[in-house]
Design a protein around this ligand. Structure first.
Ligand SMILES: Cc1cc2nc3c(=O)[nH]c(=O)nc-3n(C[C@H](O)[C@H](O)[C@H](O)COP(=O)(O)OP(=O)(O)OC[C@H]3O[C@@H](n4cnc5c(N)ncnc54)[C@H](O)[C@@H]3O)c2cc1C
Length: 426
């Protein structure tokens, strides 16, 4: 491994592969190091990948890629202890123009990595980049257990723990308030049963987000795969630390909720996994370039927690990083003077524009957990009262609805919450 490469990419996730593909396609000499025994072996997510970003690497990819189902319905569940209110959007347009696909990362990542290999990148699995190599303050390569490897530019695509960025002095430890711990199970069910249970046609799928269960600010998720369901929860690490709750106990509680349990009934547990999601938002992105190094994807904290998007930001940042290295190669300059253009282009793209727009949101919901606890309860109570039939007149009912609402949240509190939501999202 004494060879010098144009670029070493550390990590064969969506961000790393997007950058490796982009550079290899332009004729650069690219090495990808992946610590897993193959791409995807160590990766888990919810989840869905998005058509728009993925097709930039492989048009019509859904015809050959190992996808599970295309999403035709988005569901938002609001739970209380014994009820749920469901907001759901199904659209036939998602059948004629696909938008997102459920996948298993263990299958999708190797397929995506093969695109980069076919474009000319060399991928070495079972190899961890243990440290960055520096010369006169500039990153010149990485140290692995198999030896040192040199490159003009190292692309750190090593995911949420961002070890390389820390070693390069670009950022400190991941802060608990900026990280969500997700625990997830994959539950097997016959294909037909999934389609009956969720009212789906062949290959159609749903993506569901669930809030309002358990004692704190937790979110649940569920995705339909071909013959499995992915079900899980996410909890902010600072909240987890404060509350002392156990993630697996919370997942059990979530699965046994009367609205969730029938959906997974008779399923067979296939897989259990936990992973961190970097959800700090724009203010936690920090420095993502230095002389001889760029940081992409989760390692750069590029996750849009509001819209549950990560792989698309990873692919876009990887692509922009790859294009920046191609330009740097043409200019023969791999210093920050050239590489800063990566950050500049990212700022001009939807990636940073979206994160900037939402920059106050992670902190706001963290200090206002009642949006995740109180409001789903109130909503369920109001919907219940509305449907309950007795001798009450509708005037009396409306009075009862108002008094139930204002008992739980004052008029001023409601106005304040509405104002904040309007300000945060407009
Ligand atoms: C439960 C959950 C649900 C999610 N749901 C969605 C969803 O539905 N849609 C969506 O778009 N996003 C979702 N995300 C987020 C998404 O998974 C990430 O944003 C995305 O995977 C980031 O890609 P990446 O390439 O930056 O990092 P990763 O996918 O984490 O890849 C990093 C790679 O680097 C390797 N690596 C790490 N360190 C080293 C090292 N030192 N040397 C060599 N290799 C190394 C790892 O093995 C891994 O292969 C979800 C995440 C979780 C945890």
């Amino acid at each position: 491994m004494a060879e010098k490469f144009d670029s070493i990419v550390v990590g064969a996730g969506p961000a790393g592969i997007a950058s490796a593909y982009t550079m290899a396609k332009a004729g650069l000499n690219v090495l990808v190091l992946e610590r897993g025994e193959r791409p995807g072996a160590k990766n888990m997510f919810g989840g869905v990948i998005f058509r728009h970003q993925t097709e930039q690497f492989a048009p019509d990819f859904w015809k050959t890629a190992p996808i599970e189902r295309h999403v035709v319905e988005y569901q938002y569940w609001f739970l209380s202890r014994d009820s749920h209110t469901l907001l759901s959007h199904r659209n036939q347009r998602f059948n004629s123009r696909y938008n997102a696909f459920t996948v298993h990362r263990a299958k999708f990542d190797p397929w995506f990595a093969k695109l980069a290999e076919d474009a000319g990148a060399v991928i070495i699995n079972r190899t961890t980049a243990d440290d960055v190599l520096k010369e006169n303050g500039k990153v010149r390569g990485v140290r692995t257990e198999r030896g040192d490897v040199l490159a003009d530019v190292v692309i750190a695509a090593d995911g949420v723990n961002a070890m390389l960025s820390k070693q390069a002095g670009l950022r400190g430890e991941l802060r608990p308030e900026a990280a969500v711990l997700a625990v997830k199970e994959v539950i097997a069910l016959p294909r037909q049963k999934i389609e009956e249970r969720f009212n789906l046609g062949p290959d159609e799928g749903i993506a569901a987000m669930v809030i309002g269960w358990g004692p704190g600010m937790h979110a649940g998720f569920m995705y339909t795969n071909r013959d499995t369901l992915s079900i899980g929860i996410g909890i902010n690490m600072r909240d987890l630390d404060k509350s002392g709750e156990r993630p697996n106990a919370l997942l059990e509680e979530f699965k046994s909720h009367p609205s969730m349990a029938p959906l997974i009934q008779d399923g067979e547990l296939k897989e259990y996994a936990a992973h961190l999601i970097p959800e700090g938002g724009y203010d936690y992105v920090g420095r993502i370039y230095t002389d001889g190094m760029l940081v992409v994807g989760d390692a750069a904290m590029l996750v849009n927690a509001i819209n549950w998007e990560g792989t698309n930001l990873a692919m876009t940042s990887g692509k922009i990083a790859g294009e920046t290295v191609i330009k740097a190669k043409k200019a023969g300059d791999f210093s920050s003077r050239t590489l800063f253009k990566y950050r500049q282009r990212l700022e001009e793209s939807y990636v940073m524009k979206d994160l900037r727009k939402y920059r106050e949101i992670p902190g706001f919901f963290s200090s206002n957990p009642h949006f995740f606890t109180l409001y789903p309860e109130i909503l369920n109570e109001l919907v219940y009262i509305w449907h309950e039939v007795g001798n009450e007149t509708k005037d009396e009912k409306i009075k009862r609805l108002k008094s139930t609402l204002f008992k739980r949240r004052s008029r001023l509190g409601l106005l304040r919450d509405l104002y904040h939501l309007w300000r945060l999202f407009s």
